[in-house]
Design a binder for this molecule. Structure first.
Ligand code: SF4
Length: 361
């Protein structure tokens, strides 16, 4: 173990012992989750794939209700493939990272049409499909098909960082943590899916971010972070850069009948393919933001004098709210449409627009 510090008189377990401890613990303490096969059952690759795509950058707690909604509506990959794209996007609304939903639907169509509904079982083939990268392919290969793979999510990184007391700060240290995880994953062919889920469960329920329950952990006798006395400092983190700020306007536009104007965003880019209120461009230069020109034939701006804020992964957004009425409802640009006010409440829209809707009332 050359990458990280070693504590005197304590050494990490050999891989086979490490795995046995983790798997024994899992057999007694595994989490029951709606996408997981119960003990003795075979996992359904569709449910594994759907859950792993939803879980990218998203917590288990947030995913559960979406997973149940999707599987009730589209119980298998053929049903999802046949779904209307707007329907898929609007059912995804609120879960964020909307490129995932677009890729999910594309992938379902490919699996349904080109693979006869059967997911490939090896990582290389999985990675050719939309929305499936290194981590997701490893998770599907191991959990759905019990194929060997090094499955490293945030929970596994945390366990590895603490167990090895890794001194390399993330994000740079991620490579080292993956190498550590490979010590216990590579070369083993039995119960690979259980092992992947066991390590995730250990990170999620015992080796938690703030207060690890080390006294209950099956690895505590050989964990270097625990032996040092402050496991919670791992993984070490490089100082965060401040998120840039962006500014813009968001509009509540109605016609004289009281319908509300909504915009279908371009397929590519942030919130791509989703419905929302019309907005200006979102710029870092607050003074450079210009109003969106939808129609000259309108009753003047009503400046609500209200802002909403929303944090995206790469920037912090502040939108100022405006309302106005368009007198001639026919002259609206393409990609915009009128919607009945009652329907608007039912339409799945991203969280940033839900915040605006709440203010517009
Ligand atoms: S002993 Fe503590 S720090 Fe080490 S892996 Fe277990 S829970 Fe995490």
């Amino acid at each position: 173990m050359t990458i990280c510090s070693i504590v005197e008189n304590i050494s990490t377990d050999k891989p086979a012992i490490f795995r046995k401890k983790v798997l024994d613990w899992y057999d007694a303490h595994r989490r029951i989750l709606p996408w997981r096969a119960l003990k003795g059952e075979y996992p359904d690759p569709y449910r594994v794939w759907l859950s792993e795509v939803m879980l990218q950058q998203t917590t288990v707690q947030a995913v559960i209700k979406y997973f149940l909604k999707f599987t009730e509506r589209w119980p298998d990959v053929h049903a999802l493939a046949k779904a209307d794209n707007d329907d898929v996007m609007s059912n995804w609304a609120g879960l964020g990272y909307y490129a995932r939903a677009r890729n999910l639907h594309k992938c379902a169509k490919i699996i349904s049409n080109d693979y006869d509904g059967i997911f490939p079982s090896d990582q290389a083939a999985l990675q050719k499909l939309p929305g499936i990268g290194d981590y997701t392919s490893a998770a599907i290969a191991s959990i759905a098909f019990d194929n060997p793979a090094n499955v490293v999510d945030g929970n596994v990184e945390r366990v590895m960082a603490r167990y090895h007391a890794c001194r390399i700060a993330v994000p740079e240290g991620k490579k080292a943590l993956k190498e550590y995880a490979s010590l216990y994953a590579d070369g083993f062919i039995k119960r690979t899916g259980d092992y992947a889920q066991a390590l995730m469960d250990l990170g999620a329920t015992i080796c938690t971010p703030k207060s690890p329950a080390c006294s209950l952990c099956p690895l505590n006798e050989s964990c270097l972070g625990y032996a040092q006395g402050m496991p919670e400092i791992y993984p070490l983190r490089a100082p965060k850069k401040e998120r840039p700020k962006r500014y813009g306007y968001v509009y509540h536009v109605t016609n004289v009948q009281g319908d509300v104007l909504i915009h279908k965003r371009l397929e590519k880019g942030l919130l791509g393919g989703m419905y929302g209120f019309p907005t200006s461009e979102w710029l870092e230069d607050e003074g450079g933001v210009e109003h969106l020109s939808l129609s000259e034939n309108r009753i003047e701006w009503d400046a609500n004098n209200t802002n909403i804020t929303h944090v995206f992964t790469h920037f912090h957004l502040t939108l100022t709210l405006f309302s106005y009425v368009i007198l001639d409802k026919r002259n609206i640009p393409l990609d915009y449409e009128w919607i009945d006010k009652a329907e608007l409440q039912k339409l799945g829209i991203p969280t940033v627009f839900k915040k605006a809707l709440k203010k517009f009332g």
